[in-house]
Design a protein around this ligand. Structure first.
Ligand SMILES: Nc1ncnc2c1ncn2[C@@H]1O[C@H](COP(=O)(O)OP(=O)(O)OP(=O)(O)O)[C@@H](O)[C@H]1O
Ligand SMILES: O=C(O)c1ccc[n+]([C@@H]2O[C@H](COP(=O)([O-])O)[C@@H](O)[C@H]2O)c1
Length: 218
């Protein structure tokens, strides 16, 4: 059965590292990837941009890429955007047999034991884990979380509805949203780290303290 891949994040703002792993997952898994902005991301300070701005930047970033889709379901729910609730909602829609995967970066995966009902997540979806500079995926640390669920076979993800952990070996990307926000605050060049239409949107709307450029094309 085909695999449904969901990629949750704060995307404050979406940057080239996010796009690179979404594309890498799409290509490695031959699947559509649904980027899901969190309304109220757990375990972090409130985002610098509103949920609607963050979602609109995602729309711009994936425009013209039919296998990258923006999924606004978490924006329609009140309270913290716990992944276990999101995955239960999706599972209820697609039924018990449909293979589902959650795409996360290495730092998120290594933090998984702090997530709400984290063990239940493995009953709801597979995890596809993207490598990320600064968060090495040592076998020991991965195994402490994956507990024998790891597989190197994409077919294993398609062959079960949930419960496996797959490492995505994509080229590493060092970008982070906090780096983009810090560069903006420091008055340094930040535009090279985000897709050009996203940079234009940030400038047009004066997000993150960028001086508004009314003439900019969105
Ligand atoms: N450069 C990257 N390489 C691999 N994974 C990434 C990268 N950037 C973000 N991710 C992953 O994407 C998901 C969403 O990330 P998020 O929106 O929090 O971006 P971020 O760059 O980590 O933001 P911030 O710097 O504000 O914490 C997380 O699972 C994170 O691990
Ligand atoms: O469910 C949780 O407890 C939980 C805790 C931390 C993060 N998450 C989800 O993980 C994704 C990445 O989070 P973040 O903060 O790195 O953008 C995003 O979809 C969050 O909703 C989920």
């Amino acid at each position: 059965m085909s695999l449904l891949v969901f990629y949750g994040g704060t995307f404050d703002p979406i940057h080239d590292g996010h796009l690179a792993i979404a594309r890498a997952a799409r290509d490695a898994l031959a699947a559509r990837v649904r980027l899901m902005p969190a309304a109220d991301p757990p375990h972090r300070a409130p985002p610098g941009a509103s949920a609607e701005h963050r979602a609109r930047m995602l729309d711009l970033a994936v425009a013209g890429e039919p296998d990258l889709i923006v999924d606004r379901r978490e924006l329609r729910r009140d309270g913290p955007s716990y992944s276990v609730e999101t995955l239960r909602e999706i599972r209820a829609e697609v039924g018990p047999e449909q293979p589902l995967a959650l795409l996360v970066g290495a730092d998120s995966f290594l933090d998984l034991p702090k997530w709400r009902e984290w063990q239940a997540l493995f009953e709801l979806a597979h995890f596809v884990v993207a490598e990320r500079p600064g968060s090495p995926l040592d076998n020991e640390r991965v195994e402490a979380i994956a507990a024998n669920r790891e597989t190197a076979e994409v077919e294993a993800l398609r062959g079960a509805p949930a419960g496996r952990v797959y490492r995505l070996h994509q080229p590493l990307h060092a970008e982070s949203a906090s780096q983009v926000r810090q560069l903006i605050a420091a008055g340094q060049a930040w535009q090279p780290f985000v897709p050009a239409p996203v940079a234009a949107y940030i400038e047009r709307h004066g997000l993150y303290g960028v001086p508004i450029q009314r003439g900019a094309v969105v």
